[in-house]
Design a binder for this molecule. Sequence first.
Ligand code: PLP
Length: 400
Amino acid sequence: MTIDIARARAETPGTRHVVHLNNAGAALPPQPVLDAVTAHLALEATIGGYEAAEHANGRLEGVYDSVARLLACSREEVALAENATAAWGMAFNALAALPGEGFRPGDRILTARAEYAANLIPFLQASRRTGVAVEVIPSDETGQTSVEALEAMIAEPGKGAVKLIAITHIPTNGGLVNPAAAIGRVARRHGIPYLLDACQTVGQMPVDVEALGCDFLSATGRKFLRAPRGTGFLYVRKAWLDRIEPYTLDHSGGALAGPDRYTMRPDARRFELWESNIAARLGLGVAVDYALSWGLEAIRDRAFALADRLRHGLDALPGVTVRDLGAERCAIVTFTVDGHDPRAIKAALRGQGINLSVSSAPSTPFDMDARGLTEVVRASPHYYNDEAEVERLLAAVKAL
Ligand SMILES: Cc1ncc(COP(=O)(O)O)c(C=O)c1O
């Protein structure tokens, strides 16, 4: 199926105001998402927040089915969250403290070079608390995480047990798509828990947790999924639900079963807390259904093709260097321009109605340091962008 660009743009009110090439930051939501959120807020203001939630209960339950369809998992394996960092942290902190199997001195966590800093800091916290070591899997000659190096690290003699493989599928700072499924096969073969940050993946390309082989997957709503800000979710493989316990457990994820006993919900929703932004969650469900209605293969093909067109155009401009790595490249395009500060480029283009962002070293320190980069300009088209917008960006960069 191909995308009907005219319809996609007509259903995206923001396209009438900006050239939005910051979908890796936060995408323009489509009209149905906007309608779902504003209608619920209006209902809350009219009949009361708890009463509006009761009214929306059926649709709210449907959000779990929608996310399950998106990930090809079951609704019992889905917990909603406020963002990807919260979702990731719920899984990571639970693993760190797993009864009888938590991290101990000498244990190892293996991660990737372009891991997001919001994941690296909890690694270091866990290291300080438990003595677990954090090791970075080298990248191969294409720049993607090396599956061979991962195998070698697991087999290294005299080293502690690998207690977790935690990598980012699509890093925030470029077009790289890490070989997440191949890494999943290694994790499975060795029985190592596998936590995948799919924050930039969902809504940009198909995701199938079975094919990826991950035990946990975290994601956000506002990026390529086009959902409201402040939404995200966690996938927890069913087999883990027998033994994983949230670090923060309240009386909706659990229940007091006596003065000195508590129980947990049987499903992944044990990770959720009682209070949440219902309007945003309804918007998330609509955004997922909307993406599925276009088809994730069609979305990927269109977004990746626009990004390729942009890369080729940038490559042809003197003084411009495309910074993307990897054998497969997604809809995130990063570049630098000789003699121009990335932030100044972003500001100049913003003045022309073109939205871009800057990815800086503190977000992906290991990768940026390894490449001697401090900041790159990031342009991230989506399927609803058109070729004319890509050409406008190229002309604007050329004219710098
Ligand atoms: C790869 C990656 N992981 C995690 C995050 C954090 O997502 P959130 O801001 O929804 O917590 C981001 C955000 O840019 C990201 O790019």
